[in-house]
Every structure is written in C-alpha cells, then in structure tokens.
Design a protein around this ligand. Structure first.
Ligand code: SAM
Length: 241
C-alpha cells in the first residue's frame, strides 16, 4: 500500500473512532490479494487503491458505528458478502468474533476463504449458499448474535432473510446508501412481520469522501414465523411490503 493509501485508511478509521495502525500490514495484504485476484476473476468493480481503501475498507468498518458489534465472542453472519465485505475488514479489527461470510457465488467465497487463510483470520468460516436456505436449516436458524449485510437488497428483503437467522435479542445491521422514507416504512412493516423492530436509523457521511450512508438496525424482539424465509428467490421477487 502506498503511503497515501495508508494515510487514507488511518484518516478514515480515526474518523470512525478506530485506531488501525497495528493492523496496517493485514489491510495491505488484503489490498494486494484483492487486486491480484481481481485481475484474474471479476470480484469487485472497485479497482484503484483509494477506492478499495475508502469504499471497501473504511466503508466496511463504518458498520462498527454505534457499538452494535461490540462484545466478546459474537457470532456474526454476513449475508451476500461478495468479495468479503464487510466481513474481512471487520475480522481484522475484531479477531475475537466468529464471522460467517455467506454468498451464493462460489468464486467469491473461494476468494474470501483464501484471503482469510492468508491473513490468518481464524474466526472466519466462509460459506457458499443462499440466505433463504440457511434460514430454514436448524444448524443455522436462530444461531447468530448479529447479521450484517452491505449493499445486498432493499430493507424488507433483508428483514425476511436476516431475522430468521438471529437469536432472540440479536441485531441485524444493514449498511445502505441513502434510504428513502418509502423503503424505511416498508422495512418497518416487514420487520414486524418476521419478529423484528427497527431500533435505529443512523444516517451519516462516509469519512474522507463524504458520501451518504445509512446503518439500519433491526432487533429481533419476537419469534420469526416458521413460514419465513420463503423459498429461494421469493423474498426478492415478492417482497413482504
Ligand atoms: N456485500 C458485498 C459488498 O458490499 O461489496 C457484496 C455486495 S453485492 C452487490 C451483493 C452480493 O449478495 C452478491 O455477491 C450476491 O451474490 C449476494 N446475494 C444476494 N442475495 C443473496 C442471497 N439470498 N443469499 C446469498 N447471497 C446473496
């Protein structure tokens, strides 16, 4: 990573209240692995160092705002992790948590697995599959303390995919761009239908770049009816609200 890249990462992390000086070598290694893999397979549209540092690394770390991922030994599922975001940056700064990055696309999970191994992130267990399938699997349903997801789907869809996988009292932390009243309203209704309640809508700007971001937090306040999640593809094709 160039000195400029390091400065951007430090500056972004500092604005989020984090100190990542000690983890710079791991972020540098992740950057190199991503750039190298991206030259062979199309993993992510972001290709420049500053884009990867700010829009992948710092953006993923912004998930830590509000302290929703604080606490030792949390089990965290990342739905639609793609090339490992937000899981990989989070796992670098939260080595005590157990992360399960999930994606339906095998080549993406192959990269996440090899990167986690190279970075010695022993708490990361990547999984190929769909959230709808996992949500009906007794080995996964209601077993996670947190579900995170970045840039995956509209809020009502995320509620249906994420809530079945949370333990009672668990939190879904959805990372989104600017969110409209309509989506938020539909998200609140969908959350209610699957045993959740929107407890926080945190609108902020991304460090350095100033792009608008929103963290929406849904708490699991009651059981999720057995009929959810519906079968593969249905939450997307026919959102609850
Ligand atoms: N979270 C990553 C990021 O922010 O860079 C990737 C975002 S990408 C736009 C969305 C990803 O979600 C894709 O890789 C897609 O395969 C995955 N995805 C969408 N719906 C899914 C589902 N129901 N189960 C598992 N993965 C899903």
């Amino acid at each position: 990573m160039t000195p400029e890249g390091q400065t951007l990462l430090n500056q972004g992390a500092t604005e989020l209240g984090l100190n990542v000086e000690g983890q710079l070598p791991q972020f540098e290694q992740l950057l190199n692995l991503l750039v190298e893999a991206n030259s062979r397979v199309n993993l992510t549209a972001l290709k420049t160092e500053s884009d990867i540092v700010l829009k992948h690394f710092v953006d993923s770390l912004s998930c830590l705002r509000g302290g929703h991922l604080d606490g030792a030994g949390l089990r965290v599922l990342d739905i639609g992790t793609g090339a490992g975001f937000p899981t990989l940056p989070l796992a670098i700064v939260r080595p005590d948590a157990a992360f399960t990055p999930l994606d339906s696309i095998r080549k993406k999970i192959d990269f996440v697995r090899s990167a986690a191994e190279a970075l010695n992130l022993t708490g990361v267990t990547p999984l190929v599959g769909r959230a709808e399938t996992l949500g009906r699997d007794p080995d996964h349903r209601e077993t996670y303390d947190r579900v995170v997801c970045r840039a995956v789907a509209a809020l009502p869809i995320l509620a249906e995919l994420g809530l079945p996988l949370l333990k009672p009292g668990g939190l879904l932390v959805a990372q989104k761009g600017p969110i409209g009243e309509e989506e938020l309203h539909a998200g609140r209704r969908a959350a209610g239908e699957v045993g959740g309640r929107v407890t926080e809508v945190d609108a902020f700007t991304l460090p350095v770049l100033g792009d608008a971001r929103t963290l929406v937090v849904i708490e699991k306040v009651g059981p999720t009816p057995k009929k959810y999640p519906r079968r593969e593809g249905v939450p997307n094709q026919q959102p609850l609200f």
